[in-house]
Design a protein around this ligand. Sequence first.
Ligand code: NAD
Length: 380
Amino acid sequence: MIDALPTDFLFPPSRISTRVDASLGSASHVGTRLHELGILSSDAESTVLVVGDLGAVEVFDRVEASLTACGARVEWHRIEPSESIKVQATADRIVEWAIERGVDRGTPILAVGGGIVCDLVGHVAGTLLRGIPLALVPTTLLSMVDAAFGGKTGVNVPLSGGRLGRNLVGGFHPARVVVADVSTLATLPDRDLRAGLAECVKHGWVDGEEHLSWLEARADELTADGAIRKIALRDLVRRSIVVKAGIVTRDPLERGERRFLNLGHTFAHAIEARPGNRWRHGEAVAIGLVAAAAASEAAGCAESGVLERTRALLGRLGLPVVLGDAPPATELRELMALDKKRSGRALRLVLPIRPGVIEVLESPAEEVVAAGWAAVGATA
Ligand SMILES: NC(=O)c1ccc[n+]([C@@H]2O[C@H](COP(=O)([O-])OP(=O)(O)OC[C@H]3O[C@@H](n4cnc5c(N)ncnc54)[C@H](O)[C@@H]3O)[C@@H](O)[C@H]2O)c1
């Protein structure tokens, strides 16, 4: 099944095709991938703009060497990522830096880092000069299996009262090249690695029984130390890429099945919008998956056992399944209104029915939403 990993997949509206290299060591070949597509030319010295996530500093030399080997001049801009700097002001600084380095419409910009840097640089690439070629070297599990694929870019919007509107400004600008090299995860802190597993669990639910059972069977290997984990992660990344690439190719603009990939996210984004939020995105997604499963059971949609199965797998993967500080459900319910997946003023929930069957529930009853929040420890 995982042999079906695409090497190129098309994003129909933009006609941009993404070349994927998910082989071990591929971070050292990003220059070659750009060269193959004619984005780097061997005739003239080309400039490549690289925005690097300081967490992924160990990967910088490999990327630089691969670009210079293809005759490129490399300009670096380094970033210490956080959700609070994933905002338009940071994008503006990157734009200014790029303009000062003589960017033109053919100049590629490359992000090396986690989902925050990939989203920020994607947003810049999609808007600067009305679009320049984008390449991504995701270096967190979450960005390898999710953020780097599918063309969504974006920044957060700081709102009154310390709230953060998640990804409210952005567009669709797919990368020309994505290099997902599991060996770059060697330095990733365990907490960030586990956070990425939440999006993989989401993919399991969306894809179906075989995928979800595979995750359950491999949960111990995915949390083990050493070589066993590396092999399991390589297989996991390939499985998740197949799921995401398939869905975004069929439904690039999220009018149908791509909405299923928002499973858990309406709850997660409310958690992340809270002032002083302490959860990683993937951790908020894990809690959101539990809340969505509970809401699905409360709505009478889910087959029996969906909530228990979701909780059990996330727990085994070392992910949070409750909010520790018992926030009021009313506050969280209000924050859900900031979610961009709502339709007009009505809320839209994405609910698991059984593995491989997901439904979008428009304007859910308040008891259904409340059941979701209660299941993750919010107070009534
Ligand atoms: N565009 C999309 O479709 C999409 C999909 C899912 C998530 N996202 C976005 O992705 C973001 C979350 O991404 P994330 O989980 O990668 O978090 P992140 O970008 O915050 O990275 C997590 C941490 O890991 C560090 N890091 C990165 N690579 C490292 C490495 N190899 N070794 C050591 N440390 C490393 C970073 O510096 C950071 O401290 C959110 O902003 C979310 O909205 C976007």
